[in-house]
Design a protein around this ligand. Structure first.
Ligand code: THU
Length: 140
């Protein structure tokens, strides 16, 4: 289980990442902080592209940074986002990011923290956000 201190740290780390978000097209800034099982926190922001489809979401930036360093076990991710980096409501992960989470995370254990501030957040499991998800187990 995540303790309050860790939740606070993940929220502040995700909010810091808004500073690096590269969004010349949408101006919708997203930050993510991914807690690995080994205790490391991998940070991510969204990175847009003039070709539009190469855009990478903040969540996938964080996951791919971790996986590219050999880390494949994860406990939780915090995601924040808003127009011009102003946080007014939750920024839930897109379907593609949920699918990437499904590849590496136990859907009943992995926690997704959607936050607007240190005071306003909600925690969901991946199973709640991706019911009946298709994952590696389906190919066994
Ligand atoms: N975005 C994310 O970074 N994460 C999501 O899960 C949803 C969308 C980004 C992609 C794009 O840069 C901007 O938000 C608008 O879609």
């Amino acid at each position: 289980m995540l303790d309050k201190k860790m939740i606070e740290k993940l929220i502040s780390t995700a909010i810091e990442q808004l500073n690096y978000s590269y969004t010349p097209y949408s101006d919708f800034k997203v930050g993510a902080a991914l807690l690995a099982e080994n205790g490391n926190i991998y940070k991510g922001c969204n990175i847009e592209n003039a070709g539009y489809t190469p855009t990478n979401c903040a969540e996938r930036t964080a996951f791919f940074k971790a996986v590219s360093e050999g880390v494949r076990g994860f406990q939780a991710i915090c995601v924040v986002g808003g127009k011009s980096g102003v946080l007014t409501e939750f920024a839930p992960p897109c379907g593609v990011c949920r699918q990437v989470m499904m590849e590496f995370c136990n859907p009943d254990k992995f926690q997704i923290i959607l936050a607007v501030s240190q005071e306003k957040y909600e925690i969901f499991t991946l199973r709640e956000l991706l019911p009946l998800g298709f994952g590696p187990g389906n190919l066994e």
